[in-house]
Design a protein around this ligand. Structure first.
Ligand SMILES: [Zn+2]
Length: 327
């Protein structure tokens, strides 16, 4: 009797264990299905994005866009479009400056949706970087199209779908006091430069600000058109000479602009390239030369690369050193 009871108990036990295992398996299965679905969903969103991007700009090719292997952020544009990014890590074996940590460079294009050349050149440089990854010295974060709604509108617009100039919507500390006033008086309410109802009101700006806070770039490069110059905001040490044929000329910053927010307020070197024309591309040679100069700038001018910054609130070593034992 005892034997039978023991057998019943163990059979019951085995059955309940196997039940648990089955339940666990089916749970894992559903988690796998979910992540598979998410991956499939993201892949089809990227495919759709590349289709629309390549239809809009002659330089951008569907296959090339797919080769960028773009990732989708958790943020969406006002119209619900994907906001895409791609990290590129430095190739350690090829690093020249072995004692220094690689610089973190945030590259963005297309914050103004109607600057076709700026968006196209960002795409070409990204493709080039991916092709020559073995030579990469820095840790890059590429954002090839930061205002998709602006580009995909017909006709394309500088502003986003809420009619906000994203490059006036950054949370510079003077925004509340100056941005609207400046827009009314200096720009006479020019619709192309509306800074928004408040700073960071736009999802695209919120996304960029969150990336700057998380990635903590040592430098930011932003591409625009058509002023034909290199503008620079930030610490003096990273002031550029020239990028390709574009010469350095300071345009100044504006309440809510990236230059004022990241360059002047956060002290991150911000390099702004203003290509000569918004509707036509520079020559192949100039595109190459500009990229060579950008890479050189990131390798020679960014101080953050020399050493990690000393933590702000650490106790100065001197104080402890001068203390006598027993004091
Ligand atoms: Zn612009």
């Amino acid at each position: 009797m005892k034997k039978i009871l023991a057998l019943t108990i163990s059979v019951f036990f085995i059955l309940s264990i196997s039940k648990t295992v089955i339940a666990q398996e089916s749970h894992n299965q559903s988690a796998n299905d979910k992540s598979l679905n998410t991956t499939q969903q993201e892949a089809s969103q990227i495919k759709d994005f590349c289709k629309r991007w390549s239809r809009k700009l002659r330089t951008v090719k569907f296959k090339g866009c797919m080769n960028l292997d773009l990732k989708i952020s958790d943020y969406r544009s006002v119209e619900g479009d994907v906001l895409t990014y791609r990290y590129l890590l430095p190739n350690k074996q090829g690093t020249k400056q072995t004692q220094n940590r690689p610089g973190r460079i945030l590259f963005m294009s297309g914050i103004h949706g109607d600057e076709y050349s700026a968006i196209s050149i960002g795409y070409l440089w990204m493709l080039n970087m991916i092709k020559h990854q073995q030579d990469n010295q820095q840790h890059w974060l590429f954002l090839p199209l930061t205002n998709p709604d602006g580009l995909f509108r017909s006709p394309a617009t500088r502003i986003n779908a809420n009619n906000v100039d994203l490059n006036r919507n950054f949370p510079s500390p003077d925004w509340d006091e100056l941005a609207i006033d400046y827009w009314k008086k200096y720009y006479r309410k020019n619709k192309r430069r509306y800074p928004g109802p408040r700073s960071s009101s736009e999802p695209e700006t919120q996304w960029l600000v969150s990336l700057i806070e998380e990635f903590k770039p040592d430098a930011i490069i932003s591409v625009h058109a058509p002023y034909g110059l290199v503008d620079y905001d930030g610490p003096d040490h990273a002031t550029p000479n020239k990028i390709g044929q574009l010469k350095h000329r300071a345009l100044g910053t504006f309440p809510g602009s990236l230059g004022r927010y990241a360059g002047e307020y956060l002290k991150i070197p911000v390099l702004t390239l203003e290509l000569r024309a918004a509707g036509s591309m520079p020559s192949q040679k100039e595109i190459y030369n500009m990229w060579r100069d950008i890479e050189e700038w990131t390798e020679t001018k960014i101080k953050g690369m020399e050493q990690d910054p000393v933590p702000k609130f650490s106790k100065p070593a001197k104080l402890t050193d001068t203390k006598k034992p027993g004091e």
